[in-house]
Write a new protein. Structure first.
Length: 411
């Protein structure tokens, strides 16, 4: 009887143990599956939290030297029935092109000191401020002011020009200022959620000394071309540090940094070694677009890694003679797209869709000035050998990049 009772107790213990084991396994199974479910839900939630990249776009076009000789402003005076100055007819064929772009740059070669100071021609220019009115009417809103002619007429003309431009709220200028404080102020513009700014420097001022302690009147970054100075190379390197400081002041505050350089040797289609060195340096500092002016003729367009370099846009408008080859009358308008991509809180900038349009400054007997794009049918009337001229300067633009797009001329 005792053995039988012991057996019953053992049987009960085994049954209870099995029940406990089975219950525990079931609990563990439920916990495990719930954990998987929670993990799966977490993954779903995480997937839902990851936003797709946001893409923003802006377009830019750049034109060259606005070189206002006396015959140009006298023609504008005629356009206004001799009661002021109207430059708008000179740009009427350009306006439909430029006005399509979000950002439109040009170089104001001659100072807009205005008529009150007395207008003047080469070698010390002073131009009517109505020039700026016409350029804004055509759609331009980004202007470089540092050129070899910036202080042709002294501090008064610089301050008059600066005051004029500061009244134009839609326009961003660079290169010439009224004080050191104004020079160092960070100016940022925004279009389509893309922020941008511009820095601007000139190789020199034609030997005219910038007033002591007023270097802010014009940003100078001297090159070997600027002066016959035994210390020019040392000065060039020291100014690099100033440029680097300027870049560091603005680089992290904008999506796109543009630097306009008034550099190079006049009437040469090949960039100098100094231009190339400057371009390499600026590219290494994170500059997105480099725009070159001053040679008064077209030079190549190229990329240094991700930095677009336009070595020279040539003249936009001028009364320079054609020298038998029209090189001073043929200019360039370079356009491009800016794409900003924001992903996971980080943004990146891409410069692409670069295109180049050749232009011709027409005049007859130093009257009736007009800029004519090579793609416009009117080019056939104003430049009989336009096709051969087009081919010549297309090769110049494509010297470093045979795939660089040049807009076709009229057929």
């Amino acid at each position: 009887m005792e053995n039988k009772s012991l057996f019953k107790r053992l049987f009960k213990i085994i049954v209870v143990g099995l029940i406990v084991v089975l219950f525990t396994v079931d609990i563990l199974y439920l916990i495990k599956n719930n954990d998987k479910k929670d993990l799966k839900e977490d993954k779903v939630e995480n997937v839902e939290k990851v936003e797709p990249p946001k893409v923003y776009k802006a377009s830019l076009i750049a034109a060259g030297d606005n070189l206002i000789h006396s015959s140009v402003y006298k023609d504008a005076n005629k356009n206004a029935d001799y009661k002021g100055y109207d430059f708008k007819p000179m740009y009427e064929l350009i306006k439909p092109i430029v006005s399509k772009y979000d950002i439109a740059y040009y170089n104001q070669e001659t100072i807009l000191g205005g008529t009150k100071l007395g207008l003047s021609d080469y070698p010390t220019f002073n131009s009517p401020q109505e020039v700026g009115d016409a350029m804004m009417d055509a759609g331009f809103n980004l202007v470089s002011l540092a050129t070899n002619h910036t202080i042709d007429r002294g501090e008064k003309a610089v301050l008059s020009s600066y005051d004029y431009w500061q009244k134009q709220s839609s326009v961003l200028t660079a290169g010439s200022y009224s004080s050191e404080e104004e020079r160092n102020k960070v100016r940022v513009k925004k279009v389509n959620n893309i922020t941008y700014t511009m820095l601007n420097y000139t190789y020199g001022t034609n030997g005219i000394k910038v007033p002591t302690d007023k270097e802010y009147l014009v940003n100078v970054w001297p090159t070997s071309y600027s002066v016959n100075d035994p210390d020019k190379d040392e000065k060039y390197q020291s100014y690099k540090e100033t440029v680097k400081e300027d870049i560091n002041r603005v680089r992290d505050k904008v999506d796109v940094l543009i630097v306009a350089m008034h550099w190079g040797v006049e009437y040469t289609h090949v960039p100098t070694n100094y231009e190339k060195d400057m371009a390499d340096f600026l590219a290494s500092q994170g500059v997105d677009i480099i725009i070159g002016t001053h040679p008064h003729v077209v030079q190549p367009v190229d990329f240094i890694d991700d930095t677009l370099v336009i070595y020279s846009l040539g003249n936009f408008i001028s009364a320079q003679d054609n020298a038998g080859n029209y090189q001073k009358l043929v200019g360039l308008m370079t356009s491009l797209d800016i794409t900003k991509t924001v992903s996971n809180g980080k943004s990146s900038i891409k410069i692409d869709n670069v295109s180049n349009e050749l232009t011709f400054t027409y005049y007859k007997n130093y009257r009736n000035f007009k800029i004519v794009p090579f793609s416009n049918e009117k080019i056939k009337d104003v430049l009989p050998n336009y096709e051969s001229i087009y081919k010549k300067y297309k090769k110049v633009v494509q010297k470093y990049d045979s795939n660089m797009k040049v807009v076709e001329c009229a057929k």
